[in-house]
Design a protein around this ligand. Structure first.
Ligand code: ADP
Length: 495
């Protein structure tokens, strides 16, 4: 049920391969597995058990039992918070191993996994641990004839489905608020990147969470994911992934009218007005699209620039990309950009780049595959200019290191272009004009707006989208609401 693994940075660890149900690693009911591949070398890492419908049923039963069990149900918020802090401390102790696994399985640079992703897990767990004994109801004064109050109750068993672009972070975003509120969880990992969170499962047991409180399963979306979404004993589904899958989940969840939270795709705009600090804009434009190999749901993948400063911006942006986007072995300290996560994603991104060329956009930079030592799913950071709003590369989410730049003439046109999309996740804008900044921020149809920055996410601030980018919010205090019921209690005080 486990295998000894090592990585090019010399780290060695014992990798669990089972489904984590009831605090034990178990095989799948029919023995089926999914093989994890290192996207930088295309070599197989190991094969991990993949849940069948029967296994999902077992995991849900474990979570249901744990939800009612006194070892979890009778804990105070303070005690739940203490368990979460213990887990955060264990994650900190195992930071290098977790970052190594993330790098190997996902392809993101080790330095990023260690300095950003693992700390995010710790921050989110501690943040929600702090809320565990500070998230309570109200007394509502309706006069002497009635005493009325509310209590916040956990929902029950939460099914949580996460994607492959930030495996550790996404697990923490889901587990943090769910456990804080006293729920139990069945977390389904993305089949492309299960290894880091399975390793974290060991730490969950070590931290002392009672059996069945957190169950973690690998599995295919249409099999294990769909079984979880349709399961009658699951009270909530929280999903992060593509808009297409989010729509399917909404349909499937309607059968049992589940409480759902969805965080889906985006085609976030970044607006640069004529008075903007172009150096600042170039720096953040680069961060906003080229980080994490461009595999970011909030990636600012459409850059809209005032025509007067467009050429000057493009020159500065090109220089930034050339300077910072160093491709290579993700275990190398100097590497900024690793491979795309899988061959399928690599081919998908290259397909979009081809479509941009065919539809007549200008390639300013990149545009080709870039294997490292002849291997791996690497793609050159790619910059298109002269992009028309009708082009596929302007409309559709590419999820790769590829950005579309278009020019605008007026503020009205910029807002119209920015909102000309089915998505509404993030938006960034650059200007030195304070009133314009806030005026435009209000006009943009998005869940998050960054003024003079981009993709500046923070665990204390609500995250989520409007339109086809999602339903509900994660992170911040707002992230608690999707994980508890408010029960109103009316007490008749008259004789
Ligand atoms: P991508 O296409 O980038 O892999 P998805 O949205 O399909 O993104 O995947 C995100 C998560 O949703 C993964 O954990 C995946 O297994 C899961 N998933 C995919 N299809 C379904 C489905 N039909 N029902 C439930 N979960 C699914």
């Amino acid at each position: 049920m486990e295998v000894e693994l090592s990585a090019p940075n010399g780290k060695r660890w014992t990798q669990p391969l089972g489904l984590f149900i009831n605090n034990e690693f178990v095989k799948s009911s029919n023995g089926q597995t999914i093989t994890s591949v290192n996207p930088a070398t295309e070599e197989e890492i190991c094969s991990v058990f993949a849940a069948t419908e029967e296994d999902v049923d077992k995991a849900v039963a474990a979570a249901r039992k744990a939800f009612k069990h006194p070892s979890w149900k009778s804990l105070s918020g303070t005690e739940r918070g203490a368990l979460m802090v213990k887990l955060a401390d264990l994650v900190a102790q195992h930071a290098e191993t977790l970052a190594t696994i993330e790098c190997l399985d996902n392809g993101k640079p080790y330095s990023v996994a260690l300095s950003e992703n693992v700390p995010e897990v710790i921050n989110v767990l501690k943040y929600y641990a702090g809320y565990a004994d500070k998230n309570f109801g109200q007394v509502i004064d309706v006069g002497p004839a009635k005493f009325a109050y509310t209590v916040k109750e956990p929902l029950g068993v939460c099914g949580q489905i996460i994607p492959w672009n930030y495996p550790l972070d996404m697990a923490a975003w889901k587990l943090g608020p769910a456990l804080c509120c006293g729920n139990t969880v069945v977390l389904k990992l993305a089949e492309q990147t299960p290894l880091s969170v399975l390793y974290m499962a060991k730490l969950i047991k070590e931290a002392g969470f009672p059996p069945g409180v957190v169950n973690i399963i690998n599995g295919h979306g249409p099999e294990a994911g769909a079984a979880l979404v349709q399961h009658p004993n699951v009270d909530k589904i929280a999903f992060t992934g593509s808009t297409a899958t989010g729509k399917q989940i909404m349909k499937m969840a309607s059968g049992t009218m589940k409480n759902i939270t969805l965080e889906t795709g985006g085609k976030s705009p970044l607006l640069i007005f004529e008075d903007a600090d172009l150096d600042l804009a170039a720096t953040w434009s680069h961060t906003g699209i080229m980080s994490n190999q461009g595999q970011i749901c909030t990636a600012t993948s459409r850059i809209l620039v005032h025509e007067k400063v467009c050429d000057a911006f493009v020159e500065k942006f090109k220089a930034k990309v050339k300077d910072i986007s160093i491709l290579g072995d993700p275990f190398e300290e100097s590497t900024f950009q690793g491979p795309q996560v899988t061959k399928a994603q690599y081919e998908r991104v290259l397909g979009y780049i081809r479509s941009g060329k065919e539809e007549g956009a200008t390639i300013m930079l990149g545009g080709e595959a870039a294997p490292h030592k002849g291997k791996g799913f690497f793609i050159q950071p790619t910059v298109f200019t002269d992009v028309k709003p009708t082009m596929k590369i302007f409309q559709e989410e590419i999820f790769g290191p590829c950005v579309a730049i278009a020019a605008f003439k007026t503020e009205e046109e910029a807002i119209e272009l920015a909102n000309n999309t089915a998505y509404g996740l993030g938006a960034a804008l650059f200007t030195r004009d304070l009133t314009r900044a806030h005026r435009v921020a209000r006009e943009i149809e998005a869940g998050m707006v960054w003024i003079n920055s981009s993709n500046d996410s923070d665990f204390r601030i609500p995250f989520g989208g409007v339109k086809q980018s999602g339903i509900g919010r994660e992170l911040g205090e707002a992230g608690l609401a999707p994980y508890c019921n408010i029960k109103a209690i009316h007490v008749n005080m008259t004789a």
